[in-house]
Design a protein around this ligand. Structure first.
Ligand SMILES: [Zn+2]
Ligand SMILES: [Zn+2]
Length: 314
């Protein structure tokens, strides 16, 4: 198995040495590792990219790159933009030689009612512009975001910059908040073509305070169908991310109906990723997830080399 989602000290919220992550992947018996450091643009984020993507892609990590052997090291990126900066993000990805571009969102926008025909959030207008009290979001020891707030109207009315998730859950119900996040993903997928896979679709549940934080297909069937239909028709992969369950504790309790529905709609490209911000989390819970995915009928997993999918039997 490949771990398609690993951070290094090139991410603002991570201190892991690349060589330590590689050693951990080998020790875990993986076939390969894909570095995917953060490049969030278009809004204030403490995951904001601190490197030009082209330089990152051909920089230090390139020394570790190897493909196709007994153990592969590949270079990707976690691209976290808003729809408003499409030009900049598309140009940056086109100008960099990545193996893998994973699109993700660390925010939720209040807009998007037109995206799926669903209703917008109640009282969403003007819900943005929070003052910031940075909490530790993705990864420990994250630098505090100074004065985080929406960058203009780039993301519509941003209700959930990543350090404000507590406020989001105070203000909206689980169903409203999760639906807003899924609509945000749909609007990103509509805006971008420069990506290979959509990362952590269930990111919002990682920080959810609800007794039952799991995101279920039956509660958001229309939104999942809209999202998966877009991914499948355009040959984009879906990431299954183990970090949510590592954080929540317990077994890989992702909703099997989500994986089954993705397959029903023709989806064949599933990438597994740990979202490790510490070397010891590389390959985290992959054994349990392998079993759970097999139980859903998944026969193979994907990783990308030079932006082309390669399937490996599960
Ligand atoms: Zn992320
Ligand atoms: Zn990540």
């Amino acid at each position: 198995m490949f771990d398609n989602h690993v951070h290094t000290r090139h991410s603002p919220d991570c201190a892991t040495e690349p060589s330590d992550a590689i050693a951990a992947a080998r020790a875990a018996g993986l076939s390969g590792i894909v570095f995917t450091d953060h490049w969030d643009i278009g809004y204030e984020s403490f995951n904001a990219g601190r490197f030009p993507p082209a330089e990152y892609a051909r920089g230090e990590l390139r020394n570790y790159r190897s493909a196709g052997g007994a153990f592969s090291v590949l270079i990707g990126i976690e691209l976290g933009p808003t729809p408003a900066v499409r030009g900049e993000a598309e140009r940056a990805m086109a100008g960099a030689s990545f193996d893998y571009v994973m699109l993700s969102a660390h925010y939720a926008a209040a807009g998007g009612a037109g995206v799926t025909g669903g209703a917008g959030l109640p009282g969403a207008a003007g819900a943005g512009a929070p003052d910031s009290a940075a909490g530790g979001a993705e990864g420990a020891g994250a630098a505090g975001a100074a004065g985080a707030g929406p960058a203009g109207s780039a993301a519509g009315d941003m209700i959930y910059p990543q350090c404000e998730y507590g406020r989001l859950f105070e203000k909206y119900s689980k169903s409203e908040a999760y639906a807003a996040y899924l609509r945000t993903l749909i609007s990103l997928v509509d805006a971008y073509d420069c990506f290979d896979a959509l990362g952590h679709f269930d990111y919002i549940s990682r920080y959810s305070p609800y007794a039952d934080p799991i995101m279920r297909y039956r509660d958001f069937a229309g939104l999942f169908d809209a999202l998966f239909g877009r991914l499948v028709s355009r040959g984009k992969a879906l990431e299954i991310n183990t970090a949510t369950y590592r954080r929540l504790g317990g077994a890989p309790s992702f909703d099997a109906d989500i994986v089954r529905r993705y397959a029903e709609l023709g989806g064949e490209l599933l990438c597994l990723g740990s979202d490790a911000h510490r070397a010891r989390d590389v390959g985290g819970q992959f054994g349990e997830f392998r079993d759970a995915l097999r139980a859903c009928g998944v026969k193979a997993l994907a990783h990308f080399e030079e932006r082309k999918p390669i399937m490996t039997k599960l």
